[in-house]
Design a protein around this ligand. Sequence first.
Ligand SMILES: [Zn+2]
Length: 220
Amino acid sequence: MRQRRAFTLVELLVVVAIIATLMAVLLPALRKAKEAANRVACAANLRQLGLAIYMYANEYKGSLPMTEYGFGGRGSWICWPPQADIAQSSLTPYLRESLAKVMLCPSEDLASHSPMPYGPYPYSYSLNYWVFAPKHVRRISRIVFPSRKIFAIDENAQTIDDGCFNIFEAAFSGKNFLSNRHSEISGNALFADGHCDFIDRSLCGRSYPLHSEYFDPFAP
Ligand SMILES: [Zn+2]
């Protein structure tokens, strides 16, 4: 009977080298595919938030939910105090227990959020201050060119400190940048007509002049 020949060390090394080469070629492609899927899921989250904002406005005669302090007051969408209960968000009646999940980008890394005195902000998205801050309370019907006005962004993990972003702070203080989770060039944004787009990060970053045509609800 013929005896089976064992692999030589050289043959084994060749096989290992081939596997390592294949892994090196395939892994970046797999990572890229996973990130593309996360980007789509992130946009779906933002669209769901947009739908909930519309349902809120429908119930409150066209008023928008508010950002900023005073969590628990009627209209507050979500703020940052760690003790705040997301069940009190003005959007909870429309998304119920799925709200906490919808507010997290699938590529989010909460550990990289800025450590704030009151604790890091535990979600990924923030609303446009110029539209949603209490002193700017807007009626949805008064927004000019809603298909161009940004409601919410997927905010950068290093700059997110609450559920509100101000384009002024992005331009002048280096805060409130658009996320680079999915790309260094573009990030997800929700628009006032409910659509979501992968926009250039320079629109919401340290850049001047301000792109108020995207952020000021009354800009033509
Ligand atoms: Zn995202």
